[in-house]
Ligand binder design. Structure first.
Ligand SMILES: Cc1ncc(COP(=O)(O)O)c(C=O)c1O
Ligand SMILES: [Zn+2]
Length: 395
């Protein structure tokens, strides 16, 4: 069932130079190179998007239709993932109000489903014939699934050492899968170089405006699940940072609709110690993050040496009084076992990194024991048999 509520989109604007762009044509970046952000008539949206109205809407992210792109939703049931109280893990970390949001329950096993549902919906409506994206893994699986559902061709370009399950799922969904020796940044260059002559619409992170829109719904759901409030702290495993940027955008929209005041959860980005450009830039007070050389981590989704939206991620951390933390691969593997054995939640290494961050920040007093903390379990462990084998072989 899909809600009858309608999108209130008005235009796109550039996150760098503020130039306004129409929303009714396929678009990638602004001419200045800045990512485009969708804007809505939030006054109109707030008249129909109310807590009462939400009670009778479908349990997918499309329940927030007023603040999502227009078009017949390409939906596989994404969103409205459970917020689980993690009492046993919380007791271990000294946190009385610890929660995990289990995004692994989305179609294709990760939160990437949200972004791809929104972006494929819009691209289909605007007539895209073939979609192409570089991916560290999960975004490819999600794009391939939604493209299949929409009946649009898609090309997925991934590093050749991407987890096997990500390659299999893309092939099963009928995508044209191309594996390259290199990192996601090399795959991104391949897509940019081939898109024109091959007629692809580019779906790279932040290079089209709507993946952010899908991912921002994680924040809308938290507001509903906390009964009209938000947690004190949100911990998010950050690669390209789309979910973090999206949630910060959602908080601003919620404030404009008078759902919340000017308070914000403190946003925490956790990255792998083998690829931590955002943490490094945050600590050294920079507004953007230089390319990270020799990126290497078992958490494939965090192996992003350069994020196009680095300046938006860093602004989100600073304006919310948040912080940035690293986790080593060993710490992630240990934390993943702890989360699984104490809470019954089977997480990907990226997601397990949030447990490491919570542990470090609680230990140093940055998070107080009574504060409410949400860990984003962005991906399921079921796709990571290689990493889990390594985790279980260790002492
Ligand atoms: C499981 C998982 N967590 C986190 C991330 C990072 O996501 P974002 O690009 O929104 O920072 C990825 C990206 O591939 C991922 O697959
Ligand atoms: Zn611009």
């Amino acid at each position: 069932m899909v809600s009858k509520a309608k999108s209130t989109i008005t235009h796109l604007d550039c996150s760098k130079c503020a130039k306004i762009h129409p929303h009714d044509r396929l678009q990638n970046l602004c001419n200045c190179g800045g990512p485009l952000l969708a804007r809505y008539d939030l006054k109109a949206a707030s008249r129909t998007l109310t807590r009462d109205a939400l009670l009778s809407r479908p349990a997918t992210m499309w329940r927030y239709a007023e603040v999502l792109p227009p078009g017949e939703p390409m939906t596989l049931g994404e969103g409205m993932t459970p917020l689980i109280r993690a009492r046993r893990l919380g007791a271990r970390l000294g946190l009385d109000n610890l929660y995990v949001k289990d995004e692994g329950l989305n179609p294709t096993g990760s939160f990437k489903a949200r972004g791809m549902s929104a972006a494929v919906t819009r691209a289909k409506q605007l007539g895209a014939k073939a979609l192409a994206a570089p991916t560290a893994g999960n975004a490819g699986g999600a794009l391939a699934a939604y493209a299949a559902h929409a009946g649009i061709a898609c090309v997925i370009v991934m590093p050749q050492d991407t987890p096997a399950a990500n390659v299999l799922e893309c092939e099963a969904f009928g995508a044209d899968v191309r594996k390259l020796a290199g990192l996601i940044s090399d795959c991104g260059r391949y897509v940019a170089e081939h898109r024109e002559k091959e007629g692809w619409f580019e779906f790279s992170t932040l290079k089209e405006p709507y993946r952010i829109e899908g991912k921002k719904t994680m924040a809308y759901e938290l507001w509903e699940q906390f009964e009209g409030k938000l947690p004190h702290v949100i911990i998010y495993p950050t690669g390209g940072g789309v979910g973090l940027i999206g949630m910060c955008k959602a908080f601003d929209e919620m404030e404009a609709m008078r759902w919340i005041g000017s308070e914000r959860p403190r946003m925490v980005a956790v990255q792998a110690s083998g690829c931590a450009p955002i943490v490094e830039a945050f600590r050294s007070g920079k507004e953007s993050a230089p390319f990270w050389d020799n990126a290497s981590t078992i958490a494939s989704g965090l192996r992003v040496p350069k994020a196009l939206g680095d300046f938006l991620i860093l602004a989100g951390l600073r304006t919310t009084n948040g912080t940035a933390v690293v986790a080593t691969d060993d710490e992630m593997l240990t934390a993943g076992r702890e989360l699984a054995s104490l809470e019954g939640v089977f997480a990907s290494p990226e997601a397990a990194a949030t447990v490491v961050a919570a542990q470090k920040l609680a230990a140093e007093g940055w998070i107080q024991p009574h504060e409410s903390v949400v860990l984003f379990i962005t991906g399921s462990g079921y796709k990571y048999s290689e990493a889990w084998q390594r985790a279980l072989q260790r002492e």
